[in-house]
Design a protein around this ligand. Structure first.
Ligand code: GLA
Length: 390
């Protein structure tokens, strides 16, 4: 195991998982794999409107140690909180007493539902993707589990189908009606790049993280509340808007059409539609700006995205707004916004590299002064999606 492929964060997770594996199964694991969390640079709440998103996989992971079994049992250990559960592949049932395992069970259910024959396994998980922070810890667990089944059972499954089946697990087994962005980027992310994903065609383009800039994540430590119910309500409001405007999805409405026809919508629907329609355009404009090397323009679009999420989509919160304002005040900040579903969690900022050390300390200090909470602020690297580690 070389330090280069693992790096310090994964090495720390491996130490925890390796011990837990020997304790639980009295053997060494046969293989290791890791699935990253993600940060979305722009294109928020657009995925379930068939729109565009620009996420990157990050250097925080769910690490899994895995060995095959000869029977149809799946034994799982969560090394970080010392929990253990098992289930049979012949009857994948919910276990509400071990809620953390709903994701893994859901993935087994979805893969088998798609006709794949799975083999039993012993597995240990350890993660440094913070839970409930908007960095997709659940998608990382799902995609790690799907990849573990894939390797153990020799499944021919491409990255897009893997993402779709993990989304199905989350929608239909776990019961969270998310879009495709998180599972897609966790499955297909590329080191040094963000992916412009067309959430209708499910095609993507690689967009390099611009030279001389850092992507900085600031975790407010405010854990998301309300997110499921408000998320579902936003989805319904978008569907209502699309149907009044006679479109399959808000993706099909241009900014010009929206401006011409917005009076047909009630106020709330108009605000929600304005966010999604302008956000789709900002995402495309943002990618064009990056391709032109115009990082200042990209940053300005990130700032506009935050304003739109705060005022029109109403998914920000006081802590996210404070963090974004502190970030936007720093020298070298090109742009800053909330990332993920909202109502707490993290912000993402694009910062000129020479300014990022000062950014990290100054933003943390400003946030602590106004809230009394010490945030987690770190420069992240765009990573590969799920992968086997040797
Ligand atoms: C959550 C969902 C994604 C996406 C974002 C908002 O992360 O899982 O599908 O809708 O919120 O952009």
């Amino acid at each position: 195991m070389s330090y280069d492929t693992w790096g310090p964060n994964l090495t720390a997770l491996r130490d925890v998982a390796a011990k837990a594996f020997v304790n639980a199964f009295d053997a060494q694991p046969e293989l290791w794999l890791a699935a990253p969390g993600r940060v979305n640079l722009i294109g928020e709440h657009t995925d379930y409107n068939d729109g565009f998103v620009l996420p990157a996989a990050i250097d925080r992971h769910v690490l899994m140690a895995v060995s095959p079994r000869d029977d149809r049992q799946v034994h799982l250990v969560a090394a970080d909180f010392g929990a253990r559960t098992s289930f049979s592949l012949d009857d994948v049932v919910h276990d509400k007493t071990q809620r953390w395992s709903e994701y893994q069970r859901g993935v087994a259910w979805a893969l088998q539902g798609a006709g794949y024959t799975l083999r039993g396994m012993n597995a240990v998980l350890s993660s440094d993707v913070p839970v409930g922070s908007g960095l997709s810890s659940s998608a990382a667990i799902e995609v790690a589990m799907a990849y573990a089944f894939q390797l153990m059972s020799d499944l021919e499954l491409d990255g897009v189908e893997r993402a779709l089946l993990c989304q199905k697990a989350e929608n239909q087994f776990v019961g969270m009606n998310c879009g495709i962005m998180d599972q897609y980027i966790v499955s297909l992310g590329r080191r040094g790049h963000a992916l412009l994903i067309d959430c209708r065609s499910l095609e993507y383009e690689l967009v390099p993280v611009p030279d001389g800039c850092d992507v900085v994540i600031c975790d407010t430590k405010k854990r998301r509340g309300l997110v499921d119910s408000e998320y579902n309500r936003r989805r319904q409001e978008c569907e209502r808007g699309a149907s009044i405007l006679g479109a399959t999805a808000l993706r099909d409405i241009s900014v010009e059409t929206f401006v011409a026809r917005q009076n047909e919508l009630d106020e709330i629907t108009r605000m929600r539609c304005r966010h999604v329609i302008t956000e789709n355009q900002r995402t495309l404009d943002g990618v064009a700006a990056l391709r032109d090397g115009d990082v200042a323009r990209f940053g300005a679009l990130m700032n506009d995205s935050h304003t739109s999420l705060r005022d029109d989509y109403e998914v920000s919160c006081h802590e996210l707004d404070l963090m974004v304002e502190a970030a936007q005040r720093q020298p070298g900040t090109l742009g800053s916004r909330m990332t993920g579903a909202g109502f707490g969690g993290c912000t993402v900022s694009l910062v000129r590299s020479e300014h990022s050390p000062a950014f990290v300390t100054q933003v943390a200090q400003a946030y602590t002064e106004s809230t009394g909470v010490v945030p987690d602020v770190y420069v992240c690297q765009a990573e590969d999606g799920v992968r086997r580690l040797h």
